[in-house]
Design a binder for this molecule. Structure first.
Ligand code: F6P
Length: 324
C-alpha cells in the first residue's frame, strides 16, 4: 500500500471501554506491517496539545488484548474544545511528523477528529463506548463486555433478592441512552426496564408489571433503570411506599466500564483498528470506521454527526412482552 503517511498517532478519548486496547494493538501492528511508525498519544487530545506521546512498536502492545481500560490513558479534554487547543494539537502533529490520527471514543472524540482534519491531519474515528449510542454504527467497542459485567452482578443480586423476596431497582449506565439497559434487562429477565427514550409512567411501566407478576406467583421483582432516566431512587421509594415492597437500590456504576473484554469486543476492536489504518494509508480522512449490516465500513464524520440512533423497537417490545 503506497502512501505518504509516515507516522500515525493513536489516542483514546472520553470514557474508557473494554476492547480499546485490542483496537490499539491492531492499529499498531497494521502500521508496523506497512512500515508506518505508530505513535501512542496519552490522555486523549491532551496528549497532542502537550506533546505527551510515545513511539510504539509491535512488541509494545504484547498481551494487551485481554486487558480492560486503555494503555494510552484517556481524558475529556477541555483545552481541545477551544480553537487555540486544536491549533496547538495540529502544530504539534506537524512538528512530530504525525500525518494521521486514529481517535477511539464517542461523538465528542469524533468532533475533535473533524476539527483536527481541517488542519490537514488525516483523521479516522473508531466507536468506543459502553453506551452503544453512536448513531452511525450498530456496534461500539465495550458494549458487550459492559453488558456481561452488569449481567453477572445482577445474577448475584438476584440470589439474595429471591431469598428475601425483595424488589431490586438496579441502575445501569448508558448516559442519555437506554441501549445497554434494554440489552441487560432482557438478559436478566427484568420485570420492567425504564429508559430515557420513552416517557415514564410508574403505574403503567412498573406497578402493572409487578401486579401481573404477583398474580402469577412472583415474590421478587427486578426493575432495571437506565441512568439517563435520572430518578432511580424515586422509583425505588414508590415501589416501597405505594406498593409495600421491601426494596433495595443497586447502582452498578463504573464496574461496568472495567474488566477483560469479551470475545466480541476483542474481535470487533481488532477489525476496526486494522481498518482505520488501512483507511488512512489509502488517503482517507474525516471518517468513522463503523459496523453496519454485519460489515465493517466507513462514513464521513460530518454525515455521522447529523445522524440519530433510534431505539431497537423490536428489542424493546420483546422486553415488554416477556416480563409476565
Ligand atoms: O460514556 C460512558 C459512560 O460510562 C456513561 O455510561 C456514563 O454516563 C459516563 O460515561 C460516566 O462518566 P465518568 O466516567 O466521567 O463518570
Amino acid at each position: 500500500m503506497a502512501s505518504n503517511i509516515r507516522r500515525i498517532g493513536i489516542l483514546t478519548s472520553g470514557g474508557d471501554a473494554p476492547g480499546m486496547n485490542a483496537a490499539i494493538r491492531a492499529a499498531v501492528r497494521t502500521c508496523v506491517l506497512h512500515d508506518v511508525i505508530p505513535i501512542g498519544i496519552h490522555r486523549g487530545y491532551n496528549g497532542l496539545i502537550h506533546s505527551d506521546v510515545v513511539e510504539l512498536d509491535a512488541r509494545a502492545v504484547n498481551g494487551i488484548t485481554s486487558r480492560g481500560g486503555t494503555i494510552l490513558y484517556t481524558a475529556r479534554s477541555e483545552e481541545f474544545r477551544t480553537e487555540a487547543g486544536v491549533k496547538q494539537a495540529a502544530d504539534n502533529c506537524k512538528y512530530l511528523g504525525i500525518d494521521g490520527v486514529i481517535a477511539i471514543g464517542g461523538d465528542g472524540t469524533f468532533r475533535g477528529a473533524r476539527e483536527l482534519s481541517k488542519y490537514g491531519i488525516n483523521t479516522v474515528g473508531i466507536p468506543g463506548t459502553i453506551d452503544n449510542d453512536i448513531a452511525c454504527s450498530h456496534y461500539s467497542i465495550g458494549f458487550d463486555t459492559a453488558a456481561n459485567t452488569a449481567i453477572e452482578a445482577i445474577d448475584k443480586l438476584a440470589d439474595t433478592m429471591q431469598s428475601h423476596q425483595r424488589t431490586s431497582v438496579v441502575e445501569i449506565m448508558g448516559r442519555n441512552a437506554g441501549h445497554l439497559a434494554i440489552y441487560v434487562g432482557i438478559s436478566v429477565g427484568a420485570t420492567s426496564i425504564v429508559i430515557p427514550e420513552r416517557p415514564f409512567d410508574f403505574e403503567r411501566d412498573i406497578a402493572e408489571h409487578i401486579r401481573e407478576g404477583q398474580y402469577r406467583g412472583k415474590h421478587h421483582h427486578l426493575i432495571i433503570v437506565a441512568e439517563g432516566v435520572g430518578n432511580t431512587n424515586e422509583i425505588a421509594n414508590r415501589c416501597r411506599d405505594e406498593m409495600g415492597l421491601d426494596t433495595r437500590v443497586t447502582i452498578i456504576g463504573h464496574i461496568q466500564r472495567g474488566g477483560s473484554p469479551s470475545a466480541r469486543d476483542r474481535v470487533m476492536a481488532t477489525r476496526m483498528g486494522h481498518r482505520a489504518v488501512e483507511e488512512i494509508l489509502a488517503g482517507g480522512t474525516n471518517l468513522i470506521v463503523c459496523y453496519r449490516n454485519s460489515q465493517i465500513t466507513t462514513i464521513p464524520i460530518d454525515e455521522a454527526l447529523t445522524m440519530t440512533k433510534d431505539l431497537d423497537e423490536y428489542m424493546y417490545r420483546v422486553a415488554q412482552e416477556i416480563t409476565i
